[in-house]
Design a protein around this ligand. Structure first.
Ligand code: AMP
Length: 406
């Protein structure tokens, strides 16, 4: 890796105040109980490494969207308890992330001690990448480590700004692992390389598709976004999700793919649903909807495609079976509703059986894999949905660019 890593600076950690950006943005239920500690455990290797090397560890993270206000419901107080439990040692908690009190606490740490700062996003200056705020954060540590891949696509004070004021800024183990697996996709992936894209919107994925067209041999498109492409091909899509202002973009993408000899695979059949009339939440209505499988690629008015059909699962699975590298982002249907999760399950199972290098771009695909208990069958499941997609656009992430070159 071109950037300094935690291992590169292992000999320099002893006795030093190490400021580490982690992604502890954990899901909480209505009683503020952590429903998954995956994000905390994902950074444990970096945390334990600094402790073992005798560093004085100062952890910082955001939680939720407090929008620059000190909001108790977004306090990291619940995380500090969980972290102590997972580490098996006490972790100090600072009730702020900047200021004299916090600095005093950081200065009084002993070798191997750990403290966690309060939510960075209690200050609007964090997301604003404010230089003064960055300086205040930087004053807490002598070495900086970024292990928060999930926020590396954001140029915030704690992910980018702070690096202007600390000499040595390195990637943590999680960050390094993410960059290694995603980086391999962009440089010399084993061929055939197939991307599988799904989810609701085409607009979110245009930049990724544009970049993928230069690297992949084929793109499988499913989920809601497939209908904009099917419309671009002149198919009837009934009431399926469609971004009408992106139909022309879809046409251009199809043309570019043809020019570049990249195969685009679209659904050939669907599960369609007829939603009950009236207001109400889409998911709730969908759970009660009448549905059927249509074994053609045209959909009648009044019906909307909510999953790929069995012929499509077979068609996509055959492509997957012949691939050596696969990148997947976005479900093939409304997988949150059991009766419409078969397409996503089928694709995940085909990936698991393919023997290919399988990299999953976080977000909904990661949740789908978890729901389907197939996470362990993938080569790598990214912890950063947005970050992994921006990485696949071929852009250097600000949180990575800010780290010290080797
Ligand atoms: P995205 O954030 O764009 O990756 O979209 C993920 C969401 O797309 C999930 O919540 C799915 O329920 C939804 N989705 C997938 N397929 C469809 C579809 N055919 N119609 C409507 N929503 C869909």
């Amino acid at each position: 890796m071109a950037k300094l890593t935690i291992e590169d600076i292992s000999g320099e950690l002893k006795g030093k105040k190490v400021l580490m950006r982690v992604d502890f943005n954990v899901p909480l239920d209505a009683n503020r109980v952590i429903t998954s500690d995956k994000r905390i455990s994902a950074s444990l290797p970096s945390i334990k490494f600094v402790i073992e090397k005798g560093g004085k560890l100062i952890l910082m993270s955001h939680l939720g969207r407090p929008k620059g206000k000190k909001t108790p419901e977004f306090s990291l107080d619940v995380v500090v308890v969980k972290l102590s439990e997972l580490l098996g040692k006490p972790v100090k908690f600072a009730h702020d992330c900047i200021g004299d009190e916090v600095k005093k606490m950081a200065d009084s740490l002993n070798d191997g001690d750990v403290m966690l700062l309060e939510n960075l996003r209690f200050y609007k200056e964090e997301e604003g990448n404010d230089p003064e705020f960055s300086k205040k954060l930087a004053s807490l540590g002598e070495i900086y480590i970024n292990d928060a891949f999930g926020t590396a696509h954001r140029a915030h004070a704690s992910t980018a700004g702070v690096c202007k004021y600390i000499k040595k800024c390195a990637a943590g183990f999680l960050m390094e692992k993410e960059l290694k697996f995603l980086g391999k996709l962009l440089s010399k992936p084993e061929k055939p390389f197939i991307a599988i894209l799904g989810g609701a919107k085409v607009s979110d994925k245009i930049m990724v598709i544009e970049n993928l067209l230069n690297i992949v041999d084929g793109i499988i498109i499913g989920g809601g976004m497939a209908y904009t492409f099917l419309k671009a091909k002149g198919r009837q899509i009934g009431d399926s999700l469609c971004e009408n202002d992106k139909v022309n973009t879809a046409k251009e993408i199809l043309k570019k793919a043809l020019d570049k000899n990249v195969s685009i695979y679209l659904p050939i059949d669907h599960i369609v649903a007829k939603l009950p009339q009236g207001d109400g939440d889409f998911m709730e209505k969908l759970k009660k909807a009448e549905y059927k499988e249509v074994l053609v690629d045209d959909i009648d008015d009044g019906w909307e495609g909510v999953d790929i059909g069995k012929n499509t699962i077979e068609k996509f699975s055959n492509v997957i079976a012949k691939s050596k590298t696969i990148f997947w982002n976005g479900p093939m249907g409304v997988f949150e509703v059991d009766q419409f999760s078969k397409g996503t399950l089928g694709i995940a199972q085909a990936m698991a059986a393919s023997g290919a290098v399988t990299v999953v771009g976080g977000g909904d695909s990661a949740s789908a894999l978890k729901k389907l208990k197939l996470t362990d069958k993938m080569t790598h499941v990214s912890t950063g949905g947005g970050a992994s997609m921006e990485f696949m656009e071929g852009i250097e992430l600000p949180g990575v660019a800010a780290l010290t070159d080797k």
